[in-house]
Design a protein around this ligand. Structure first.
Ligand code: F0G
Length: 462
């Protein structure tokens, strides 16, 4: 007999209490935080879906591995365990540990991007974009058209527009230091990229002699989607699928805080010897010696175990199903989301749902504030606050106004999800009372982390 309930494939050994708050307490807390959920104290949050990054629960095997951490400055055994694991999964020759993904991005951009460079990507994550722009390059997003259409169903909505890439490479090949594909495509809904798309991008890059890197943060989730949705992959393991994908690229950047199942860490990997030497020099300057790269030996152990656990089929089945479950309930209630469900998060379409709030008053941000005040749930805007400010200081509304409910790995259970559903369904009944926001103070880059906001009064909103 095969039962259809998909259970959490773990039992809980250590618990961390979460604190209930009243709505009045939450109103005070968010006001104190200048209406920026990033500025809240985590203790004031009931269900924290701000990010799936570094927020996962580690397994007994990861904790056991940490006890074996070798903290030698140079040549630590833990580094070689880490290097072997990353090589086994990715096949890349050079493995450079970094303290997290953005450090890998900074080192890669610093080595290859110059003023006038163009880096095509299906969609850059915010730190990837910022690192390229910091070197005065252009971060150019070229997702397929469906990637911009929240309600359009497509099995691989994260794909890159191959024709657009071909145009850039034909016209500006010498301005393109490398091409990148982000798996899954976080900024467009955690949507997967097909093997066929990766293969086509790889072939074009090879034909034009341009290096091809993968932003591999959620490579295991992407492999699971390929297994489920792409013809010819149903009988392959997620590990085999990941290996095939990496074999099509020249290198990758990775945040081990996602599919490395660790609380901190990342790496940069590549085949090119000369580029690796340049990157290691830069690593020593700000991260650390090449065999620890800003991490403790025990972190390298935790990541080595975590990378394999992220590829476990029972885990991936439960993980992807959790998000799908929430997504199905939203669709049944008529709440607009990015469909189909993404891998690590549910993305609410705030522009469609809060259609009474103009983009200039940041509907996604307003929804994130309402989610906190109503249910103590912390979520993250991926819209015009995150992407609207241009490098020259001007404002341009983002193509999508999304609110991401990202799920920490192995942390919350089904009843937590049912609670989140209940809060969202309630918000649906009062959605027209949610007010827009305006920015009162902001830094020049990555403003969403620290900007201050106020609510737009109900009268001015009309
Ligand atoms: N690339 C992607 C696709 C990401 O999602 C992230 C981080 C990074 C790179 C940078 O990695 O945080 O280790 O420096 N995303 C987190 C998130 C922060 O919430 O989606 P990092």
């Amino acid at each position: 007999m095969e039962f259809k309930t998909i259970i959490e494939p773990f039992r809980i050994k250590t618990v961390e209490p979460i604190r209930q708050t009243t709505e009045a307490e939450r109103i005070a807390a968010i006001r104190e935080a200048h209406y920026n959920p990033f500025r809240l104290r985590a203790e004031d949050v009931l269900i924290d879906l701000l990010t799936d990054s570094g927020t996962g629960a580690m397994s007994v095997f990861q904790w056991a591995g940490m006890m074996k951490g070798d903290e030698s400055y140079a040549g630590a055994r833990s580094f070689f365990v880490f290097e072997d694991t990353v090589r086994e999964i990715t096949g890349f020759k050079h493995v450079i540990p970094t303290h997290q993904g953005r450090a890998a991005e900074r080192i890669l951009a610093g080595a290859l991007v110059r003023e006038g460079s163009i880096v095509p990507n299906n969609t850059h994550f915010d730190t990837t974009r910022a690192n390229i722009e910091h070197e005065r390059g252009e971060a150019r997003d070229i997702p397929i058209r469906e990637g911009h259409e929240p309600a359009t169903l497509h099995p691989f909505k994260g794909n890159m527009d191959v024709a657009a890439l071909e145009r850039v490479l034909k016209e500006r090949r010498h301005s393109v230091p490398f091409v990148m594909i982000t798996v899954t495509n976080n900024s467009e809904g955690g949507q997967p990229v097909s093997m066929q798309n990766v293969r086509a991008v790889s072939a074009l890059c090879r034909a034009h002699g341009v290096p091809f890197f993968i932003d591999a943060c959620r490579f295991a989730e992407n492999s699971w989607f390929i297994k489920q949705r792409e013809p010819g992959y149903a009988d392959r393991t997620p590990t085999e699928i990941a290996r095939e994908m990496f074999s099509l690229a020249d290198g990758c950047t990775m945040s081990a805080k996602k599919d490395g199942m660790a609380n901190i860490g990342g790496f940069l990997a590549m085949n090119d010897d000369a580029l690796a030497a340049t990157c290691r020099t830069s690593l020593i300057l700000t991260e650390g010696f090449p065999t620890y790269g800003g991490l403790a030996g025990y972190d390298l152990e935790a990541i080595s175990v975590g990378l394999r656990e992220a590829l476990d089929e029972d885990y991936l089945r439960y993980r992807i199903r959790t998000v799908e479950y929430l997504s199905e309930r939203m669709t049944a209630a008529g709440i607009p989301t990015v469909r189909p469900a993404g891998g690590h998060a549910l993305y609410l379409d705030a522009r469609a749902w809060l259609s009474h709030i103009p983009q200039s008053q940041y509907p996604g941000w307003a929804l994130a504030v309402a989610l906190y005040v109503t249910g103590g749930i912390r979520a993250c805007e991926i819209g015009s606050v995150m992407f609207g400010r241009q490098p020259d200081g001007s404002e341009r509304p983002a193509s999508l106004e999304l609110v991401r409910l990202a799920f920490p790995r192995r942390v919350y259970t089904q009843s937590h999800m049912d609670y989140v559903c209940e809060v969202l369904l309630y918000l649906n009944s009062v959605v027209h009372t949610i007010r827009g926001v305006r920015i009162t103070e902001q830094p020049p880059a990555l403003r969403h982390f620290t900007a201050k906001f106020e609510l737009v009064s109900a009268r001015t909103a009309q």
